[in-house]
Design a protein around this ligand. Sequence first.
Ligand code: NAP
Length: 483
Amino acid sequence: MVSETELLDAIPTTLWIGGPVSATGGATFPVHNPATGEVIANVADATPEDAVRALDAAAAVQAEWAATPARQRGEILRAVFEAITARSEEFALLMTLEMGKALPESRNEVKYGAEFFRWFSEEAVRIHGRYQSAPAGTGRILVHKQPVGPCLAITPWNFPLAMGTRKIGPALAAGCTMIVKPASATPLTMLLLAQLCSEAGLPDGVLSVITTSRSGAVTGPLLNDPRLRKLTFTGSTPVGKKLVEASAHGLLRTSMELGGNAPFVVFEDADIDAAVQGAVLAKLRNGGEACTAANRFHVQNSVRQEFTEKLVAAMAEYTLGPGTDPATTLGPLINESQLDIVGDLVEDAVAAGAKIELGGKAPGGAGWFYPATVLSDIPDTARILREEVFGPVAPIVGFDTEEEGLAAANNTEYGLVAYVFTQDLARALRVAEGLETGMVGVNRGVISDPAAPFGGVKESGFGREGGFEGIEEYLDTKYIALP
Ligand code: NAP
């Protein structure tokens, strides 16, 4: 295993446009370790001109990449999967250093993130069209799929690898070129990935990475450039809405993976121990900094007390500390502002009458730590029931009937994922169908799978990543009429 210093010394900190290149003007911005607040790297700060350079590179090789046989594209993707897997410890350590999560969490993300290259290496050769006779006997219909063209991907900091690979895998498999703009808090993982892709045989220009501290100013010109054909975004709902508006100018294809406010619904007929196990995963995976994180726990009143006591006991087992410490199971939050947001949501709930069952107070000192926290007796007015928490805080509220539970779960503008625990299959299906979300976990606290279509409805966005659906986001349908 490489040391932290060796690893950081070896990571590219330049832009990646057909290889490592400096930002115009040579400016850089710092990347911090959330466990200490210290600067771990200074990364090239792209200008709008640099973004256009990346699009020049993408546009120059788009036709050649689209014409590269699908088998060959798939083999390059497979080689990248192998390369990430071979260097999984480096990726894991790097993500822990720049994002903060505990090393086992980072290792899980490496597996999950790499898998999008394997899955889409297999999908590259299964892009189908169709041929049929026109029903009226007037001719023949040929349907052909083609890559949409150069794409821009904008990604968040919470899964520095997987949020990129979920987009890069299908785009490259479909024959699109892509420019990635990673979050400014966690740019290093994408830079390492770009280097690996190049080493694995990906032609220059097919994948570029532009790191910047001025996201809007740098990506704006691309959205207005007719050569760009698609924007795929993962991040918060307010930024997603702005980007949809900005994409209207060029009528870009868009995919929006936005915020969540996942309800976790426990019925009295559930296996309560299994529900608690699922709840801990749904809440504390990635330290609670996941769009799929359970945001609210709606528990049928007859089992609420038992569920609360068991959840408190299970969450109390988590050890807060630097992600690199082998004893740590819960790392720090990404930055001070996120720490303030989580602290404020808890204080607001407590001021409104909520009871702290566990945690509830940041330890202070260096780094941006917040402990595993459980709240009960939460009034409907508390902001924590409506806003995305993005931290290790579990608010528990009760309900009496199935109708009430379902209505409470759906009482949000978000619609990414919901979790249901019940041993009654008919109820599970009824409630799953009634939930206004793009995904439902039944008796499961983790649902992400590269082979499944991930995505939301309502203000959680549109488009799907992963599954057979994922590649469709990067394909246009052409109809060729034949005599
Ligand atoms: P964010 O503030 O919306 O930022 C996401 C990305 O957009 C970052 O790269 C950011 O760059 C960039 N950005 C911000 N303003 C921009 C602008 N005006 N124009 C172009 N780019 C802009 O979200 P975040 O705080 O990084 O991530 C947390 C959010 O992501 C949560 O709401 C979470 O639910 C959501 N998320 C959703 C999914 C999903 O699949 N649905 C998955 C993971 C996370 P900077 O870093 O420079 O600000």
